[in-house]
Design a protein around this ligand. Structure first.
Ligand code: URA
Length: 435
């Protein structure tokens, strides 16, 4: 086969066969396809789109470009994927809760992307935690503990690794078809039987408009199901942070509060139960999503999820006493500043994208791939939509490495909030479910 023929067909809106897409994905992984050809392919896919069968075939081919895990477990192999937002630390709570309910969760996670935080960066705020493990270790830990939250090793979907890097520099990241193939090739390489997708919509999401979020959710569900993975998607709100913190260690604090109580973020708890409920129903561990949500809630309440989380942290290099001593073990930033609102009133709108960028600027995320993340910086006490704010009720607390960085973050957070005289309509946590 010839990459030029495949690109020309895509350009001219001719149908590509599964064999052609498989050849192209293998060529991406092996290097037979050049950077220029990969960029042209991505641009043609973005401009002309793929039909359902092509999207399924491309996703399959990218999944199969590397190692694909196979399981023979006494319980279902399940996972969740979020399209990313601010304060979205659900994975850290959900994976051990699912494990405590009898599921197996080989959760291959990413680092921060753009303005959004990454699960792996949050976990690596725990001293010693190292999520870069090979697939053999991922399999062993999942088998033994029921869950492992790790990064994608180089043998998982190498075609995506290459295409993603090229999309990043060719203005082709936004293609719904390529986003779908990218997300699912990595997730499905973990050998999942069931997947729930948390597609975020709003000011802090990649999909700002509901129409785009629905299009992505539909493409993801249709493609994953086309590859034999039972899948549902929830479209959930990202017009305000999920929890009142954004950063790495500061989010782990809220995770530990949810796991060990008694102080718990209600949206974090509710979304974890909703997503977990869907998965337990898909995996046959619950009668339906409501029953599943109740089981996840019990796993959190009884401390069963906390116990799994503690064992996973230790297994991946973290402190053996983390569950009991997490307050002493997490790093803290040297400078803390309250962000006072410019006016007294109620929070009418939050630019969550700007909040995410403020965390990145503090050093809590990366501007370049090679940047080192500072685990201790971030925002806490974030005011939510409708909250009363005044000189006594700040918008947030900035945690910074230096006074200058704190000043810049205070200004950025203040600018991200719109204060109005009266309460606004607060959006629902979950807009809709797609099956
Ligand atoms: N996350 C991914 O893994 N790939 C995309 O294309 C977008 C988000």
């Amino acid at each position: 086969m010839d990459a030029r023929v495949i690109i020309t067909k895509l350009r001219d809106e001719e149908h590509l066969s599964a064999e052609e897409l498989a050849w192209f994905a293998q060529g991406l992984a092996s290097g037979v396809v050049t950077d220029a050809q990969a960029g042209a392919f991505a641009m043609a896919a973005l401009l002309n789109g793929l039909v359902r069968d092509e999207r399924v075939a491309l996703t399959r081919a990218m999944r199969d470009s590397g190692q694909v895990l196979h399981w023979d477990m006494p319980g279902p192999v399940l996972d969740k994927h979020s399209t990313g937002g601010i304060g979205d630390c659900v994975s850290l709570v959900l994976a051990p809760a699912l494990a405590a309910c009898g599921a197996y969760v080989p959760m291959i996670s990413g680092r921060g992307l753009g303005h959004t935080g990454g699960t792996l960066d949050k976990l690596e705020a725990i001293p010693g935690y190292r999520g870069e493990v090979d697939t053999e270790r991922l399999s062993r830990i999942t088998r033994e503990l029921g869950c492992a939250i790790v990064g994608a090793s180089s043998d998982i979907a190498p075609a995506d690794k290459r295409l993603y890097a090229i999309r990043d520099v060719t203005g082709t990241v936004e293609s719904i078809d390529l986003i779908t193939a990218s997300i699912l090739s990595k997730k499905l390489a973990a050998g999942l039987e069931g997947l729930v997708l948390d597609v975020k919509v709003g000011s802090g999401a990649f999909m700002v408009e509901m129409e785009e979020a629905e299009e992505l959710a539909e493409a993801l569900v249709e493609t994953a199901q086309g590859l034999g993975c039972m899948t549902t998607a929830l479209i959930t709100d990202m017009n305000q942070p999920l929890i009142s913190s954004a950063g790495n260690a500061v989010e782990v604090i809220e995770v530990m509060e949810a796991l060990t109580g008694p102080q718990v973020s209600a949206p974090l708890w509710d979304l974890t139960c909703a997503l977990g409920g869907e998965l337990l129903a898909l995996g046959g561990l619950a009668a339906d999503a409501a029953d599943g949500a109740g089981r996840i809630g019990m796993a959190l309440q009884t401390g069963a999820a906390a116990e799994r989380f503690g064992r996973m942290v230790t297994e991946l290099g973290g402190p053996a006493d983390f569950i009991d001593r997490w307050r002493d073990r997490l790093p803290a930033a040297p400078v803390q500043r309250e962000v006072m609102p410019l006016a007294t009133g109620r929070v009418a709108a939050i630019d969550c994208h700007a909040l995410g960028l403020a965390v990145v600027d503090l050093g809590g995320g990366r501007k370049r791939e090679t940047d080192r993340v500072n685990p201790s910086v971030g925002l806490t006490g974030l005011a939510m939509l409708g909250d009363q704010v005044s000189p006594d009720l700040p918008l947030a607390v900035v945690h910074a490495a230096t006074p200058d960085q704190a000043d810049a973050a205070v200004a950025a957070v203040r600018a991200a909030y719109t204060i109005g005289p009266t309460a606004c309509a607060v959006p629902p946590l979950i807009y809709k479910r797609l099956r």
